[in-house]
Ligand binder design. Structure first.
Ligand code: LLP
Length: 477
């Protein structure tokens, strides 16, 4: 039996939770009072209080999966499969969880748009008052197009080019997070040439093991990110002597999908120590960017990652008394459980000793299982009968390689050709990491808001795709 706390955590993050275990219509640790009374996300009051996932906006209602108040099958009918669908209520709620968790500290939640950079998602974040973390000229342009003012845009990333620096320095920027000495000198040159002084932080590498997947761990000395913390004082001294740069703070980001607060605690304590040391040397450290990385529940289990409110408490405990403005850069926790990927079963194929569910979505649409061995919950869009017998399936896509496997031997309720399934927790690092491998068009993205839905990125036609290429003159017949 799942614990109450685990259930609460999953619910809070919009992730999967069992039904019938408990009711969330009670005073809730993340709301100021009873959630029904205070929160817009709890829009669907269920008088009998039997539904436990009122804060998960992808719920079965009347026997079928809904995105907020829209039946997922209706969206499938309108846009065709596969597609992504995002809940604006969940996105909003997750942003607010962080915002509330850091209050009353002076702070800015800078949404890491690499998780999901659709313009509609960005526009929603901008309208909520969020800042944004960008890592490329393209992301910077997206931020501006979505209406983020320069003073709410933080520029991260290990390899910023002169063109990217110029764009941000002329278009407006809150700060650059510097990741190396050559980059520091390059930015100084560019800023001085443009006659501006730009606020910077140095991303320090605290040599802390984030205890996450090796491909998304960034805070160990062997990783390419940041400047070794032991070298930081030297680097800040050089910044003070360089034109065009003003060191305003310290930045740290140790990895993604962290499910334990202990590595954060180690890193933040090192940042607090460094703040004192730098101030003693005359640097006016007044801003701390603590990065992103808080994990989300992907699986139904008792071990749910810490909550934003617990993360907030840790921030207050470790760096809260330094009088610094706090910035954080969450991506996955805001967008991950705010999105699902919907796909149709093309065939059910009986193999030698195992059965395959062949979907119309593939690794090019959602690469996380192939790339990281990531787990995504897969649920039928039509609610299975409670007594439906489950059977093991390998769930695969049509792409021509064996890596195009979403999961092996997953127990699923009965499914047949033409049935719709949903991959949960697919709102972050799903659409943004997709490709047109096998000339499979990028799939549509849809946003729901209560009873409404809108296509926020349309599926390109084959012609659109083909016309992006051009034939050199010497090949023209
Ligand atoms: N800030 C910086 C500097 C980052 O590099 C990242 C993520 C974030 C913030 C946001 O981290 P989050 O809160 O989303 O964990 N594609 C991988 C995840 C890569 C994360 C890269 N950096 C995946 O699908 O799991």
């Amino acid at each position: 039996m799942r614990t109450r706390v685990a259930a609460l955590r999953e619910i809070a993050l919009g992730g999967p939770a069992d039904r019938g275990v408990m009711c969330v219509h009670v005073p809730f640790p993340f709301a100021q009072g009873p959630c029904c009374a205070t929160s817009s996300f709890c829009y669907e009051r269920q008088p009998e209080f039997k539904e436990t996932r009122a804060m998960d906006h992808f719920l079965y209602k009347d026997g079928q999966l809904h995105a907020e108040d829209v039946p997922v099958a209706e969206i499938a009918e309108a846009v065709g499969t596969p597609f992504y669908v995002y809940s604006s209520a969940t996105l909003t709620r997750h942003y607010r969880l962080f915002h509330d968790a850091l209050s009353p500290l002076e702070h800015l939640v800078c949404y890491a748009m690499k998780a999901n950079s659709n313009q509609a998602v960005l526009k929603l974040m901008a309208s909520l008052g969020a800042g944004v973390d960008v890592v490329s000229g393209g992301e910077y342009a997206r931020a501006k197009a979505a209406g983020f003012p320069g003073e709410r845009i933080v520029f991260s990333g290990v390899g910023k080019t002169v063109e990217e620096m110029e764009a941000a320095l002329t278009g407006g920027i809150r700060q650059f997070n510097l990741e190396s000495e050559p980059e520091m000198r390059r930015l100084s040159e560019v800023a001085a040439r443009l006659g501006v002084t730009v606020p910077v932080t140095v991303r320090v590498n605290p040599d802390v093991d984030a205890k996450t997947h090796e491909k998304i761990s960034t805070g160990k000395s062997e990783n390419k990110f940041g400047i070794p913390i032991a070298k930081a004082r030297e680097v800040y001294a050089e910044i003070a002597a360089l034109p065009g740069l003003e060191a305003v703070g310290i930045d740290v980001h140790i990895g993604s999908q962290l499910t334990d607060l202990a590595p954060y605690e180690l890193a933040f304590n090192k940042v607090a120590e460094l703040t004192h040391a730098l101030r003693a040397e005359g640097h006016d450290i007044r801003r701390l960017d603590l990065g992103g990385g808080l994990g989300i529940p992907y699986e139904r289990s008792n071990t749910a990652p810490p909550l934003p409110v617990e993360f907030g408490d840790l921030v207050k405990r470790t760096v809260g008394d330094l009088g610094c403005e706090i910035e954080i850069e969450p991506g996955r926790l805001i967008a991950g459980n705010a999105g699902i990927l919907v796909s149709e079963v093309i065939y059910v194929k009986e193999g030698d000793g195992r059965n395959f569910l062949i979907l119309d979505a593939a690794m090019n649409d959602l690469i996380r299982p192939a790339m990281y061995g990531a787990y995504h919950d897969i649920v039928p869009v039509m609610e299975p009968a409670p007594a439906a017998e489950r059977a093991p399936f390998d769930v695969v896509g049509p792409v021509c390689e064996s890596g195009d496997t979403f999961t092996k031997q997953r127990n699923l309720p009965p499914l047949s050709e033409g049935d719709l399934v949903a991959f949960r927790s697919a709102g972050a690092y799903g659409a943004v990491m997709s490709s047109e491998y096998n000339t499979r068009p990028l799939i549509p993205e849809v946003m729901v808001h209560e009873h409404q839905f809108a296509v926020i990125r349309a599926r390109p036609s084959y012609e659109d795709i083909i016309n992006r290429d051009s034939i050199p003159e010497w090949l023209e017949g």
